[in-house]
Design a binder for this molecule. Structure first.
Ligand SMILES: Nc1ncnc2c1ncn2[C@@H]1O[C@H](COP(=O)(O)OP(=O)(O)OP(=O)(O)O)[C@@H](O)[C@H]1O
Ligand SMILES: Cc1cn([C@H]2C[C@H](O)[C@@H](COP(=O)(O)O)O2)c(=O)[nH]c1=O
Length: 209
């Protein structure tokens, strides 16, 4: 079996930066790495970007709002394809899979939208659990600086409020899922990478020896 690592955090926490650095770190050591993300680049992921992540991330299409339940189902459908077509086959052939977001994003974000946490957990039961989930924890003030320019000025307060709830949710999820480990995302890119490598060695590689 391979190794499955997920990087999570609020928007702009540095997930894709760290996922790429970690992929390079494994490749240097001779591992075969699959770097992936959610929403994916498949038809379902494209549908999500079109139906959910447009209109100031309000879920607006043609003037009609998509229900939060439908949003959650779309993310779960995208994930099912991701797990069955890429993640499980890659792990079976001994690869290291690094995913920028996974079902913990659905729990943190769709819960923040008002959906029931147990319902979300049950909906995502098919999703195999990773060996390690790195939660890049960042104060919302800093994340809003990092994603500045991506949103309309008029949207700033609403998005900051959502990010605050999402951050709180992630921290609650750490208490429920022992595979989740917090890393301080306020540090420099290099220091965060070193913290992640230390966790990978401690939580996965040393245990496999
Ligand atoms: N430790 C850091 N310190 C300062 N800036 C950083 C740090 N890590 C990443 N950044 C910068 O913050 C921005 C967001 O980083 P990145 O795209 O890696 O975040 P992300 O979590 O993947 O974002 P999103 O969830 O919105 O896709 C980029 O401009 C990146 O260069
Ligand atoms: C997987 C997943 C994602 N989301 C949200 C979180 C972000 O706001 C966007 C994805 O943007 P990114 O720049 O590509 O990271 O989608 C969500 O609400 N639920 C999910 O399951």
């Amino acid at each position: 079996m391979g190794i499955f690592i997920v990087i999570e955090g609020i928007d702009g926490a540095g997930k894709s930066t760290q996922a790429k650095l970690l992929a390079k770190w494994f490749e240097k050591r001779g591992y075969n790495v699959v770097l992936t993300k959610e929403p994916t680049d498949t038809a379902f992921g494209k549908l999500i970007r079109k139906l959910v992540l447009t209109g100031g991330r309000e879920g607006i299409i043609d003037g009609a709002k998509i229900s939060h339940e439908a949003e959650a189902l779309l993310f779960a459908a995208d994930r099912a394809e991701h797990v069955k077509k890429l993640i499980e086959p890659s792990l079976r052939t001994g690869k290291v899979v690094i995913s920028d977001r996974y079902f913990y994003s659905s729990l943190a974000y769709q819960w923040a939208r008002g959906l029931d946490l147990e319902w979300l957990i049950n909906l995502n039961k098919f999703a195999i659990r990773p060996d390690l989930v790195i939660l890049l924890d960042l104060p919302v003030k800093e994340s809003m600086k990092r994603i500045n320019g991506r949103q309309l000025k008029s949207e700033f307060d609403r998005i900051a409020e959502l990010q605050k709830k999402v951050r709180e949710n992630y921290l609650k999820l750490v208490e429920m899922f022992p595979e989740m480990k917090i890393v301080n995302a306020l540090a420099s890119i290099e220091d965060i990478h070193n913290d992640i490598v230390a966790l990978v060695e401690h939580e996965i590689l040393n245990k496999k020896e």
